[in-house]
Ligand binder design. Structure first.
Ligand code: FMN
Length: 157
């Protein structure tokens, strides 16, 4: 049986359903991030959220039961749809130990990098997943170096 306290990482992509003008979208993203930081810290969850108007991609890592609990809430959120789990597995270490939820907003490189998820059926699911995870990681690390593009809140230290 799966160990509910084992360190677990889940990566999914979804389609944005937040409509309206830029200010409204920004307020909704802010609300998501506020909820994430409040709840994730209490649950021992860290991760990263990427948003590019059309898509979300999110990494959640923490104790398996906590990740599954918060993901059950997230997947019922009507601000996104077509949730597609790219990977979900026990892991040895956290990749985002310092962020309750790193946020990476719209950027040209992200738009370009994500194009293949939509358009390229050539890659096997595992390969797509590895590539996506790599992109999320790279963007999270990049954003640490250029904080003007992002809003990365520290987690527990
Ligand atoms: C793309 C997306 C990612 C989200 N990620 C998180 C998250 O990591 N943690 C979280 O608590 N809520 C997240 N939410 C918000 C939840 O769906 C829900 O609104 C929130 O947990 C409610 O928090 P509250 O009960 O404290 O008001 C996310 C929502 C969306 C649309």
């Amino acid at each position: 049986m799966a160990d509910p306290s084992a360190l677990y990482r889940l990566l999914y992509v979804s389609e944005n359903r937040i409509a309206g003008d830029v200010a409204h979208v920004a307020r909704e993203i802010e609300a998501i991030l506020n909820a994430s930081r409040r709840n994730n810290d209490a649950l021992g969850i860290t991760g990263a959220l990427i948003f590019n108007c059309g898509f979300f991609a999110q990494v959640l890592e923490g104790p398996r039961d906590a990740v599954e609990r918060i993901f059950a809430v997230i997947r019922n959120d009507t601000r996104h749809s077509k949730i597609q789990v790219m990977s979900a597995a026990e892991v040895e270490d956290r990749e985002f130990p310092n962020w309750t939820m790193a946020y990476i907003g719209r950027s040209p490189s992200w738009e370009k990098a994500l194009g293949w998820i939509r358009n390229d059926t050539h890659f096997a699911p595992d390969e797509r997943c590895d590539r996506l995870f790599k992109i999320v990681m790279e963007m999270a690390y990049d954003s640490e170096l250029s904080p003007d593009r992002t809003f990365a809140a520290p987690g527990k230290s």
